[in-house]
Design a protein around this ligand. Structure first.
Ligand code: ADP
Length: 466
């Protein structure tokens, strides 16, 4: 399928719209102006006929009962040149002057000229010469009749037609200029409008090719484009972050595996070559190295499971308080080893969820608290029973998390202090697993923390079945 650029599409649409509007305005104004002009001509013709009547009425002398035929002759000739044929009669009906009788050839010539012109210019009018009778009045007395014949409904002379044609040409010219101007302006406008879009396309192409550092720069005035720019930049930032975390995690895994493998290999080589005797202390060291590897593999396994199964939950009623107690019991030795106290507080809160997964959430949160709380610290698991949801918070008096890190800790492979985490053995995926499980239950999780004071992780789970 042939795809047009947005610029071409908008420019074409613009041009079409402008042509339509200007075409309509042009046609309408042409029709209205022509009609107005015709009305004006009709009025003018009536006024002219009345004027003739008024002037000719003054040419009667009541005292002598005589008409000034010389003046009437002059007027008649003048009126004929304008397209009017007159016939004057006295009160007795006697014709005193008839333009047609006086100069038949000239009258016929004039009538033919007008009819030919009107029929060629305005055949739609189907006009003809019509005679109207006007009374000739002197004060209140009628002194005769005037029959005026002219082409009806109206006629226009050569100059009138030239004027109408010139008007039409001007309208056409103005329309053509407006269309060209509007199209040019439209093209310019779409060009400047599409520039940021072109830039966005270039940048998103770069991002799709793996250049996650690419960002859309510059200021866009259009709100939608601005929002789009923000989203694309945020997406690139997230991808960049993910990419960094992925690379970091890969190098971490390599490192985490190499150290214990190298250690165990060295021990085994020494045993095989008879350099060392395998005593319990040395075997214990080997065992610890293998355990570290096993922990890492368990972490990776959890992550793989979450990805693979797309988190199928086996839901049933679960009491968050009961689960919290179980988790506390599960970690009892570790609390003792870390010289930490742990309490479970609150009321029982029944929700509908997968008990194993929710236990996994609590285990991850409490194990983090143990890892990041120095000896002598305190851990509290607080359960709240709200109307529509169960809430469980894990609160510790540990090292805390900076506001900047709080934004990222739920992302995969994110670890605040990489060197310290190596010692504690985390790969930076515990909290991302926690987040996935909570979201799969339709719940939310958030952290509140202060460096040096401790952290509080709150999990809110809806009660009703989703
Ligand atoms: P890890 O396996 O490294 O603990 P997590 O995803 O569980 O990974 O946690 C991510 C990071 O968040 C950790 O590296 C740690 O720095 C920080 N963190 C998590 N829980 C706590 C806590 N209770 N106190 C302080 N820091 C924490």
């Amino acid at each position: 399928m042939k795809r047009y650029s947005m610029r071409t599409a908008i420019a074409l649409e613009n041009a079409l719209l402008v042509c339509l509007v200007i075409g309509l305005v042009g046609i309408l104004s042409n029709v209205l102006i022509s009609r107005q002009f015709e009305n004006y001509v009709i009025d003018q013709q009536k006024t002219r006929a009345e004027e003739l009547t008024r002037h000719l009425a003054t040419q009667y002398n009541a005292e002598t009962d005589q008409w000034n035929l010389e003046f009437i002759h002059g007027m008649s000739m003048y009126a004929l040149s304008e397209g009017y044929m007159i016939r004057l009669s006295n009160m007795e009906g006697q014709v005193l002057w008839d333009a047609q009788d006086h100069d038949m050839t000239m009258c016929n010539q004039m009538m033919q000229d007008i009819m030919e012109r009107m029929e060629s210019e305005r055949p739609d009018l189907e006009g003809e010469f019509v005679t109207t009778r006007y009374p000739l009045m002197q004060s209140d007395d009628q002194v005769g009749y005037l029959d005026v014949s002219y082409y009806s409904p109206f006629y226009m002379n050569e100059y009138d037609f030239q004027f109408v044609h010139a008007l039409n040409r001007i309208l056409l010219l103005v329309s053509a200029f407006s269309i060209v101007g509007a199209v040019l302006l439209g093209v310019l406008m779409t060009h400047s409008m599409m520039r940021p879009v072109r830039h966005m396309v270039d940048i998103t192409e770069k991002i799709s090719e793996g250049d996650y550092q690419a960002r859309i720069s510059g200021n866009v005035r259009n709100r939608e484009f601005h929002d789009l720019t923000q989203s694309v930049n945020q997406m690139a930032e997230a991808l960049e972050q993910q990419e960094t975390l992925r690379k970091r995690m890969l190098s971490d895994i390599i490192h985490e595996l190499r150290t214990p493998v190298a250690g165990v290999t060295a021990y085994l080589e020494a045993f095989l070559e008879g350099v060392w005797e395998p005593n319990p202390k040395r075997l214990q060291s080997c065992y610890q190295e293998l355990e570290r590897m096993s922990l890492l593999i368990t972490d990776m396994e959890q992550l793989h499971q979450i990805d693979d199964e797309n988190l199928k939950l086996k839901k049933r009623p679960v009491d968050l308080l009961e689960l919290s107690e179980q988790v506390r019991t599960f970690f009892a030795t570790q609390f003792m080893n870390g010289q930490l106290t742990c309490s479970v507080e609150g009321t029982s809160a029944m929700i509908h969820g997968d008990p194993e997964r929710i236990q996994q959430v609590l285990v991850n949160l409490v194990s983090n608290s143990i890892k990041y709380t120095p000896p002598g610290g305190r851990i509290r698991i607080l359960v709240e029973n709200r109307k529509a949801e169960g809430v469980v918070s894990v609160i510790d008096t540990g090292i805390g998390i900076s506001p900047e890190d709080q934004k990222w800790i739920f992302e995969r492979f994110y670890r605040v202090d990489r060197s310290r985490s190596r010692k504690t053995g985390g790969a930076g995926i515990g909290l991302s697993i926690v987040k996935s499980i909570v979201h799969a239950h339709g719940g939310t999780i958030f952290v509140e923390s202060k460096i040096g004071e401790g952290s509080r992780f709150t999990v809110i789970l809806p009660k009703e079945e989703l």
